[in-house]
Design a protein. Structure first.
Length: 490
């Protein structure tokens, strides 16, 4: 019998009263792994009420005491890393090595949040006027929630959870209904770490569950990662309800290759960026823009990298790339490849219609390379979210930067070069929140914010680090006077 996942509310695992449930599938085999309930609004309300009750006591615990739970959690994540990584691979599709790397990034965020006694310090000034002092402190918002995507089920919840609870908030997670098993395992560890009932909670579900979070009057802040269309919707509805919101959207990440770049190194890094995680990450290289003489060699090298990449189930030996998340995603990606052909692009390597031996039902799209992609075409502007690299060509770095900036997204832009002058100009002029120089995936470390511009982000404060601390706290300014004599003169 297929297991139906439960919610974690007020410190206990609870069966959902949902009438509907979705099957959770292994995308490499289409095997049913579990069922996830589409929890009704009443269960969001129960979680929010439990969190509000827990907040009264949790916020008053000293920051140094709150982070002791994160220290315990960090050790639990380390000791259970293999189990969680295997779960990620089974329900998300990425390779085991990629899943381990994902969890390393999750743990980095827990470690960073353990510095919250310093990170959330206020400021003060004595004698702003004779006998009067003024200071600012940071206080938690209350109950906050995160709605997270399928592509990083282990890492992305930890862009938010550690900072939220370390600053004194109580936290509710609504994971993607495609990959909820990882979240259940993470909450088993959160429970084992000993967090008081109501401080961390898990509610599975779909659209109704999301809307209940966005509309609930007791939830003060919402964090989201997903497509741009949904990010815009979440941001609009959450802020209309008076909440803080930080909503990470889609991307179309360009990488520029100068003729003075190390071509062998560049091709290896670019292949990992474009085809790693089957292209299903918001920092995947989607467009490679060659400059001048870089065109022929990069085109040839990327075609060879695509042909030689070993595709299969991520727990099998030697596999370098797994499937995409679903049959619907596979069909969409293959449709966009066809659209590129219709627009005039040349298919150098075609990843459509191929099977992996022993996994005939899997959702596999093999690495694909399109050449001469027209700059104004749909394929050059649409987030494919699959292992497809589009090649475009420019004659100068100026032209390449114009192509980089001629898009609505602004998540990442990268440059490969040996010229410091070109690198300096690029990082100054490109319109993207995360910039890489001789780096294929410019993913910020946990102690930097995960920036995003344009249609890639809605809000003011990003995930991670100081931005996370600011998002989850509100400032209070106190002006204080103790002397008995009133000395002000007009």
């Amino acid at each position: 019998m297929t297991e139906r996942l439960q919610n974690f509310i007020d410190g206990t695992w609870r069966k959902s009263a949902a009438h509907e449930a979705l099957k959770v599938l292994n995308p490499a085999s289409a095997e049913v792994l579990a069922e996830v309930p589409l929890s009704p609004a009443a269960e969001v309300d129960a979680a929010a009420r439990a969190a509000a009750k827990a907040f009264t006591e949790w916020r008053r615990r000293p920051a140094g005491e709150r982070i002791q739970y994160l220290f315990k959690l960090k050790m639990l994540l380390e000791s259970h890393l293999d189990t969680i990584a295997r779960t990620i691979t089974q329900e998300c599709g990425k390779t085991y090595a990629e899943s381990v790397g994902e969890m390393r990034r999750a743990i980095e965020n827990v470690e960073t949040a353990c510095g919250i006694p310093s990170l959330m310090q206020g400021v003060n000034n004595e004698d702003i006027a004779p006998g009067i002092d003024e200071f600012m402190v940071r206080q938690p918002l209350g109950v906050v929630a995160a709605i997270t995507p399928f592509n990083f089920p282990g890492m992305i919840p930890f862009w938010f959870l550690p900072y939220a609870v370390a600053t004194g908030n109580c936290f509710l997670l609504k994971p993607s209904e495609r990959v909820p098993i990882t979240s259940s395992k993470l909450f088993e560890l959160l429970n084992e770490a000993g967090f008081p009932a109501g401080v961390v909670q898990l509610v599975n579900g779909g659209r109704e569950t999301v809307n209940a979070i966005l509309d609930h009057p007791g939830i003060r802040g919402v964090s989201f990662v997903g497509s741009t269309a949904t990010a815009r919707y979440v941001y609009s509805r959450a802020t209309a309800a008076g909440k803080r919101a930080q909503c990470q959207g889609g991307a179309k990440n360009p990488v520029v290759v100068m003729p003075d770049a190390d071509m062998e190194m560049t091709a290896r890094i670019l292949a990992d960026s474009a085809f790693g995680c089957a292209g299903q990450r918001c920092l995947a290289a989607s467009v490679a823009i060659t400059v001048g003489d870089a065109r022929a060699e990069i085109s040839a090298r990327m075609a060879e990298a695509a042909r030689s990449r070993k595709v299969g189930f991520g727990l099998d030996s030697g596999v370098e790339m797994g499937p995409v998340i679903s049959a619907e995603s596979k069909a969409r990606i293959e449709g966009l490849i066809a659209k590129g052909q219709q627009e005039g692009a040349k298919v150098l390597v075609d990843g459509r219609g191929r099977k992996v031996s022993g996994y005939d039902e899997g959702y596999f799209v093999f690495p694909t390379v399109l050449d001469n992609v027209p700059a104004q075409g749909e394929i050059a502007r649409t987030e494919i979210f699959g292992p497809v690299l589009s090649l475009m060509h420019a004659q100068s770095v100026e032209e390449a930067i114009r192509l980089v900036n001629d898009r609505s997204y602004g998540n990442m832009a990268c440059l490969f070069t040996s010229s410091g002058a070109a690198a300096r100009r690029f990082r100054s002029e490109v319109q993207a929140g995360n910039v890489g120089i001789n780096v294929g995936v410019a993913a910020p470390m946990a102690y930097f914010p995960f920036s995003g511009w344009g249609e890639s982000f809605f809000g003011d404060l990003h995930a991670q680090a100081a931005h996370g601390v600011e998002f989850y706290t509100q400032t209070k300014v106190v002006v204080e006077r103790w002397p008995q004599d009133w000395s002000r003169k007009f």
